[in-house]
Design a protein around this ligand. Structure first.
Ligand code: GLC
Ligand code: MG
Length: 540
């Protein structure tokens, strides 16, 4: 078993087909290197992040609802996978109309998840293991049950009367842009009898938008950030952050929103080693979130790949994937860092996006773990967890089913009845059955994360898209002064032979993961790769 795990960490299948080819490059103490990389201010470039829906990760008290003590008890399992940092979806008190993205108190803990002392214990336990914790910060709107909104709606003259976006008509000209852009439901305006007025909500009616034209709202929300930074969180994932301000004539990412973000960044920079990651609303280009490279976000999700990879595998063509990474390399300011995903709580699970073709999920993850950026794994992705069919909050619950740690009936998640039924194929997609099996998805993820560990090139090295004479092949080079790699993914369902253009001077390639062969002569690489495969070759 130990041998199998060690071999799988090297990318070796037990059939020998995956065995790394010569030459073998000298190994180092990658754990020691990892400790150094993860301790410095650039830790976020080298960390593997893991997105956690606390409600679905681990129940500790048998009520069927995941909680903070449960999560704390699983830190060692996540560490063993190779996770360095957690992103917690909202953990604050909430009426749960949008799974916690409707915050009723910015400075509390959802009692279903525990108490503030449980959160502090989680932070301590994570930090003691060298792990970081960032939390979701939902600034665009609050819950309609938040005390700020209760006060604001009371009348037109109270001190918080202008903390939300009120209008006498359901189509205030100052917000026509927002009106066109309601995300959930037919209208962005909800009538409120108390004020005999309408309030603006980009999302559910229970999520009124804050009015950032009020300097008091700006000050109050920056104080929320300080509150959690003082607690010791390592940063924030900033929810729909481009939507803070509305405008009649510009539906884009407004300059005043960017000015707010710069203020938020200054607050964050008052604390050592804290980071901000943006959820962009422009899905194919996150450039505008980085500002000059050090005055807005440290990271932004790269949805151009993250949300569209399954279409690109479907088309058996690498062009769109290559183009989106090329855009990041040429257009983003120096210092920017993609946050790389292949799934999240908002979209269908990666395995289902791959239409049940596990090799597509694996190849998408291979690109995610090896391109320039920091990978964010959505919990359960490492098991190929399937979607569920039950709905408690909304349609997105299909990707939010409880984690599968071991066998049924509670799958190690709960001793009680889970708040949401488990997803499909739970008996074959739980950690217990996968962790001893070198061919499992979990072992594959361990190999990928093992390959990143301690090697600075993946998090902060350069990248170059390679030109290939085959439209179905994705190829890129990653390099720094220390190491060089060539990553190749056959995005088609057929074997491929192809020529790659390389810069010259590369060593004879040693395959460190996956299947296929690459030979290099001068500036020409000759690739031969089986159907549905990808590989990583080391060339220095
Ligand atoms: C973000 C979240 C999503 C939520 C929305 C409103 O897109 O990821 O889950 O519904 O913001 O807060
Ligand atoms: Mg519980």
């Amino acid at each position: 078993m130990l041998l199998a795990l060690a071999l799988s960490a090297l990318g070796c299948g037990d059939d020998g087909a995956d065995r790394p080819s010569d030459p073998v490059f000298p190994e180092r103490d990658w754990e020691a290197e990892a400790d150094l990389l993860l301790a410095g201010p650039d830790w976020y470039r080298h960390a593997v992040f893991y997105e956690v829906y606390v409600r679905s990760l681990q129940d500790s008290d048998g009520d069927g609802i995941g909680d903070l003590p449960g999560l704390t008890s699983r830190l060692d399992d996540l560490r063993a996978l190779g996770v360095d940092a957690l992103w917690l979806m909202p953990i604050m008190p909430t009426p749960f109309k949008d799974s916690g993205y409707d915050v009723a108190d910015y400075e509390g803990i959802n009692p279903d998840y525990g108490a503030m002392s449980d959160f502090e214990a989680l932070l301590d336990a994570a930090h003691a293991r060298g792990m970081r914790v960032i939390i979701d910060l939902v600034l665009n709107h609050t819950s309609s049950e938040h005390a700020w909104f209760q006060e604001s709606r009371a009348d037109k003259t109270n001190p918080k009367a202008d903390w939300y976006v009120w209008s006498d008509t359901p189509s205030d000209p100052n917000n026509s842009c927002g009106t066109q852009n309601v995300v959930f439901g037919p209208s962005a305006w909800e009538y409120d009898a108390g004020r005999d007025q309408y309030y603006f909500h980009r999302f559910y009616p229970e999520q009124p938008d804050l009015n950032y034209e009020s300097p008091e709202v700006v000050a109050a929300t920056l104080d929320v950030a300080r509150f959690w930074l003082d607690k010791g969180v390592d940063g924030f994932r900033c929810d729909v952050i481009s939507l803070l301000y509305e405008s009649a004539d510009d539906c884009g990412f407004l300059d005043k929103t960017k000015a707010y973000i710069k203020q938020l960044r200054q607050v964050v920079d008052e604390y050592p080693d804290r980071v901000l990651v943006a959820e962009p609303t422009n899905l194919t280009d996150a450039k505008s979130y980085f500002g000059s490279g050090n005055d807005q976000f440290h990271m932004a999700f790269h949805f151009g790949f993250g949300y569209f990879w399954s279409l690109q595998f479907g088309s058996q063509n690498a062009a769109a994937t290559l183009a989106t990474f090329q855009n990041a390399l040429t257009e983003y300011p120096a210092g920017s860092q993609d946050a790389l995903v292949i799934g999240s709580h908002d979209v269908v699970r990666a395995f289902d996006a791959a239409q049940g073709d596990e090799s597509r999920h694996r190849r998408a993850a291979l690109i995610q773990m090896t391109m320039r950026g920091s990978p964010f794994i959505y919990y359960g992705e490492e098991l190929g967890m399937r979607s569920g069919t039950a709905k408690v909050v909304d349609f997105r619950d299909s990707a939010r089913t409880p984690m599968l740690w071991s066998g049924g009936p509670g799958y190690g998640f709960t001793t009680g009845t889970p708040w949401l039924p488990f997803g499909a194929d739970a008996d074959s997609t739980n950690l217990e059955v996968q962790q001893g099996d070198p061919a499992s998805m979990h072992s594959y993820y361990r190999s990928l994360l093992g390959l990143r560990r301690g090697r600075a090139v993946w998090g902060s090295g350069d990248a170059e898209i390679l030109s290939v004479d085959h439209a179905g092949v994705f190829a890129a080079r990653r390099f720094d002064a220390d190491q060089r790699y060539v990553v190749v993914v056959n995005m088609t369902d057929d074997p491929v032979s192809a020529k790659l253009a390389l810069p010259g001077g590369e060593s004879r390639p040693g395959r460190v993961l996956g299947q296929g062969t690459l030979t290099i002569e001068g500036e020409a690489g000759t690739l031969s790769m089986p159907a549905r495969q990808g590989a990583v070759f080391r060339t220095k």
